[in-house]
Design a binder for this molecule. Structure first.
Ligand SMILES: Nc1ncnc2c1ncn2[C@@H]1O[C@H](COP(=O)(O)OP(=O)(O)O)[C@@H](O)[C@H]1O
Ligand SMILES: [Mg+2]
Length: 254
């Protein structure tokens, strides 16, 4: 097949093949721009995560955090730039293929199937491993005992916090090596927030986590690296201990 010339490829939202994947990272995003129609809402974002790291993306509402995660999993196409996973460029791969290669995604608002049972929701999470079970269900039910109690109930009756546990559990069923978490503690009762944070903490080291979070305390205590998005661009980045607290407050205050 003939390769499209660059301007046409760009118009179609297809990125040119990029340079080889950066070494030592499981996820690398290079100069990524993402648009809705003609409106570019994420611009020239670069970030990376090494295996086992927890990387946090922060930013006000509307900064582009969800858009960035959707483009990493492949729900939104890249306008420009590149996404690499596990040493390979995946920029033009469809989302199911990225999921099968080991990227798990917990969308903002959880995205559970309310009319299916808890167990059925969890089993949907087996798609990335083509239905192959090797103990994930037992592990997930051990991690979230409430899901075991509620296994036969319709997911729509669960509380917000329980639905969030279900959404994380479903992603874990696919045995991800990289887990994308979009505001997992949003809209959840404070006492349950701690439970969810503890679970995320317990996943640390077992997989790479890219966490979008507004709660600074947890993010700063747990992240190896933080990136702050402002109006679609990274305005601040660093290890939590190295971030300028004043700049951080400025970037996140409403
Ligand atoms: N489907 C869409 N169509 C057009 N613009 C959108 C769409 N979704 C989000 N946006 C815009 O993109 C920007 C980034 O949104 P989003 O990624 O959801 O931000 P965040 O997750 O940081 O709150 C916002 O200005 C938002 O209004
Ligand atoms: Mg969002």
């Amino acid at each position: 097949m003939t390769r499209l010339p660059s301007p046409v490829a760009t118009l179609l939202g297809r990125a040119e093949p990029g340079p080889p994947a950066p070494e030592g990272s499981i996820l690398a995003v290079r100069d990524l721009s993402i648009a809705y129609g003609r409106s570019v809402v994420v611009r020239d974002v670069s970030l990376q995560a090494a295996p086992g790291e927890v990387v946090c993306v922060m930013g006000r509402n509307g900064a582009g955090k969800t858009t960035l995660l959707k483009s990493i999993i492949g729900v939104l196409p890249a306008h420009r730039g590149h996404v690499y996973f596990s040493g390979r460029e995946v920029t033009r791969r469809p989302s199911y293929s990225r999921a099968r290669s080991g990227i798990g995604y917990v969308p903002q608002g959880r995205g559970i199937f309310p009319y299916l049972t808890v167990l059925e929701n969890l089993l949907m999470g087996l798609e990335p491993v083509r239905g192959r079970q090797d103990g994930q269900l037992e592990e997930v039910l051990a991690l979230f005992p409430v899901l075991k109690q509620m296994a036969g109930r319709t997911a729509g009756v669960l509380s917000g916090g329980q639905q969030q546990q279900l959404a994380i559990g479903r992603a874990l069923m696919g045995r991800p090596r990289l887990l994308l978490l979009d505001e997992p503690t949003e809209g959840i009762q404070p006492n349950i927030v701690e439970e969810i944070e503890a679970v995320i903490g317990s996943l640390r080291g077992r997989m790479t986590i890219l966490l979008v979070e507004q709660f600074l305390g947890f993010a700063l205590a747990n992240a190896d690296m933080c990136y702050v998005l402002e109006r679609g661009s990274i305005s601040l980045r660093g290890k939590p201990t190295e971030l300028d607290a004043t700049r951080l407050q400025e970037a996140l205050s409403v």
